[in-house]
Design a protein around this ligand. Structure first.
Ligand code: FAD
Ligand code: NAP
Ligand code: SF4
Length: 680
């Protein structure tokens, strides 16, 4: 028997039966906005349907222009638009899948000057003040939802998901934070719920019984003046009576200051809300957020907390998530590490979403890794993310691959990253690559710092140099003082820091190292501790489910420094940077900018600052009395091998950090490795 009986059990929804309990949740990929991109979107969905997703929910489509997320963004308002969706629905159905269209009215989150909301209250994350909908405007908006649902049905969708969470329009009607109306659509909890309930009721009337109407319910708003639990529970009952088929959970508004999906959020952190909702209705309930591995999903379903699980980003990382689970190949799953770097951070930059670990995601028709017609013998040097991605993709294409790694294990800098509290998920990527190396037949040579001579004599047709980076040691007087160590030495446990630590360099690694020095290692793994740290309470006790955060004492006293005068962490991702900044503040990390490093000696780190307003005046100096200094001052490419092989006659390809160290991250390393493998 398979280890995931609940996950793989079919679910009868009346007019249709889902083959298993895994829903691919809605994601905006950036291909929704223009119909000419729909064939690519169709290929993306089709691959996930083929991989076993029981039901796919599309990215959000607005029911009218006022509801679009930005000018010219996705909407479904006309029959002409609906016809263009056929390519999507046909592609999913051809693979035996099912697909529902998400109806999303952005309300005050619309990045347009013509945005509307229940009341004219600006959101803290938007620059546009919405216009309050008139009573007629409310009716017109409901009619627009109904029209879009009708069109979705015509376009061949199996259902719609009504987006009622995450702080979008419907959610704005539900919460006193954003609904100050005193007419029939606000003033009391019942009247605030009326908009949501009417949307569902009238959609059901329009589409008839044999069409899915999923309602995405905000189980906990995580904002001040959000809903109470009683209000959420009453809403669940009312949308059930109005004709919803399934309840899908939403957690937290976009403006919430509690992280809900980043990697430091414990797995399944919000699944218990699904269980509480199940007790309120007889509808099937979908649990969401930070469910990335089958055992987590099975645990939720087995405990009776939910009937289905929704995974969104995990389907970017691995389209075959369900099939691998069903075939007991869980160790082959490319696990989403919840980094947001290539998905949500791209979306916020108006770039097409993809996945750090799987650069083929949303590029299915463009980055093709077909079998090679002329197999070559390739040496890949360096088993960091770039080398691992390249070696495995080359071998999958039929090349004969030797992978050389100087250390005694694979992972490169990523193996350091996995030791940072809150980045424990990164170990899953190393596990994934380890297994993929076995499956693809790559010959792995650990502990072998291969030389140019060995490569020249090895009979290789090509050499891929993926030797990565090493920490930069800046030319600061006293940098060879015994108190100084690199981030690699610290995090690998090769050196012990003292009680007071200065961190030189406040890029991604400096921030991570500060977390390493201050965080309690168990916080991502201990849900109660994490909840306490972020002030996640119970909506039955306080509106929106917020309480006062309680921060554990930091392990070390940390001063984080950079030479730039700009704010620390500015270069971090949009969706994760604020979490790191809030965390450092809460842990009391002192942040010092605009410094020059003058000396490191027994007294600590000597720094100086330019005189205020510039000019030639005397510099201000400060001695920071620390026991240890950790260097996080960027990195240098390891290029010796590439240089030695130049002119050898061997085709040499340099990728990842060995190619360019500046602004290197695993996303670029893996993409470069995969793209090279597709070309060779
Ligand atoms: P590397 O990871 O440096 O790998 C190179 C490999 O080559 C090493 O294993 C090395 O031992 C080997 N090698 C070198 N010379 C030889 C030789 N002659 N013979 C054989 N083997 C050799 N990136 C992100 O995208 N997101 C993050 O959140 C993130 N967090 C990070 C946190 C920390 C603390 C650190 C240290 C890094 C983090 N990174 C993150 C950066 C990411 O890990 C790197 O960008 C990535 O590992 C670079 O990949 P690479 O393969 O080019 O090089
Ligand atoms: P980085 O982001 O380039 O930061 C390097 C830091 O060192 C900067 O603060 C820089 O600031 C300082 N610095 C540079 N040269 C210096 C010198 N000679 N002397 C003193 N200080 C110097 O690089 P990183 O922190 O090493 O990170 C490497 C890569 O890993 C990054 O590109 C990042 O994308 C990736 N990463 C990502 C994450 C993530 O969460 N997404 C996390 C960790 C790492 P000043 O010049 O102002 O002093
Ligand atoms: Fe998951 Fe990161 Fe890939 Fe996004 S980019 S799907 S968060 S692994």
């Amino acid at each position: 028997m398979n280890a995931f009986p609940h996950l793989l059990e079919p679910l009868d929804l009346g007019h249709l039966t889902l083959p298993n309990r895994v829903v691919m949740g809605s994601m905006h990929t950036g291909l929704e906005d223009r119909a000419r991109d729909f064939p690519k979107l169709a290929a993306f969905f089709a691959e996930r349907a083929r991989g076993g997703a029981a039901l796919i929910v599309t990215g959000g489509f607005a029911p009218n222009i006022e509801g679009t997320l930005m000018p010219l963004a996705s909407k479904l308002t006309t029959r002409r638009e609906a016809r263009r969706h056929r390519v999507i629905t046909d592609a999913v159905h051809a693979e035996g899948g099912r697909v529902a269209l998400q109806l999303l009215h952005a309300g005050r989150y619309a990045y347009t000057p013509w945005c509307v909301a229940p009341s004219a209250i600006k959101s803290p994350i938007s620059k546009f003040r919405p216009r309050a909908l008139s009573a007629r405007g409310v009716e017109r908006t409901i009619a627009a939802f109904v029209r879009s649902a009708r069109l979705a049905r015509k376009a061949g969708y199996d259902g719609v998901e009504v987006m009622g969470s995450e702080g979008y329009l419907i959610n704005q009607f539900l919460a006193p934070r954003t609904n100050h109306r005193t007419d029939a659509w606000g003033g009391t909890p019942e009247k605030r719920r009326r908009f949501a309930v009417e949307v569902v009721r009238r959609i059901r009337e329009e589409v008839g019984p044999d069409f899915l109407v999923i309602y995405r319910i905000s189980a906990v708003d995580l904002v001040p003046d959000g809903q109470t639990w009683d209000e959420v529970a009453a809403l669940a009952r009312e949308v059930e009576a109005a004709g919803a088929s399934v309840l899908n959970l939403g957690i937290g508004w976009h403006e919430a200051r509690v992280p809900t999906i980043v990697t430091s959020v414990p797995r399944a952190a919000f699944a218990s809300y699904a269980g509480r909702l199940k007790a309120e209705t007889s509808l099937p309930v979908i649990a969401t957020n930070r469910i990335n591995m089958p055992e987590v999903a099975e645990g939720i379903l087995g405990a009776g907390d939910a009937d289905l699980v929704s995974l969104a980003r995990p389907f970017l990382a691995d389209p075959e998530w369900v099939r691998k689970t069903a075939e007991s190949r869980v160790d082959e799953i490319n696990t989403c590490i919840a980094c947001n770097q290539a998905c949500l951070d791209h979306t916020f930059r108006k770039q097409r979403a993809t996945c750090l670990l799987n650069p083929r995601a949303v590029y299915e028709t463009e980055l093709v890794l077909g079998p090679t017609r002329s197999a070559r013998k390739v040496a890949v040097v360096g088993a960091g993310p770039a080398g691992l991605a390249c070696a495995t993709a080359l071998a999958e294409r039929g090349h004969s691959v030797d992978l050389f790694e100087a250390r005694d294990d694979i992972g490169g800098q990523f193996a350091i990253a996995q030791r940072i509290p809150g980045k424990e998920e990164f170990s899953e990527s190393i596990r994934y690559f380890r297994r993929r190396l076995e499956l693809t037949g790559v010959r792995l040579h650990l502990g072998q710092a291969v030389t140019a001579g060995e490569l020249r004599e090895g009979g290789f047709d090509d050499v891929v140099v993926a030797t990565g980076v090493e920490p930069r040691v800046p030319a600061i007087p006293g940098v060879d003082h015994p108190s100084v160590m690199t981030y690699a030495e610290l995090v690998r446990g090769e050196r012990e820091p003292g009680a007071r630590v200065a961190v030189i360099g406040a890029g991604g690694i400096g921030v991570d190292v500060s977390e390493f020095l201050t965080a309690q290692p168990s916080a991502t793994l201990d849900l109660d501790l994490w909840r306490a740290e972020w002030g996640v309470g119970d909506p039955a006790e306080s509106r929106g489910g917020l309480t006062k955060p309680r921060v554990e004492t930091a392990k070390h006293e940390v001063v984080l420094l950079q030479r730039k005068a700009s704010g620390i962490g500015k270069g971090l991702g949009k969706t994760t940077g604020w979490v790191h900044r809030a965390s450092l503040k809460a842990k009391g990390v002192e942040q010092v900018t605009g410094v020059s490093y003058d000396l490191i000696d027994d007294d600590g780190l000597h720094v100086s600052f330019a005189p205020e307003g510039g000019g030639d005046g005397p510099r201000t100096t400060r001695v920071i009395p620390v026991d240890s200094v950790v260097l996080c001052a960027g990195q240098e490419s390891v290029r010796t091998l590439a240089d030695e092989l130049a002119g050898s006659g061997l085709p040499v390809h340099v990728i990842g950090g060995a190619d360019v160290a500046a602004e290197l991250d695993a996303k670029r390393a893996i993409r470069q490795g995969t793209e090279l493998a597709a070309r060779l």
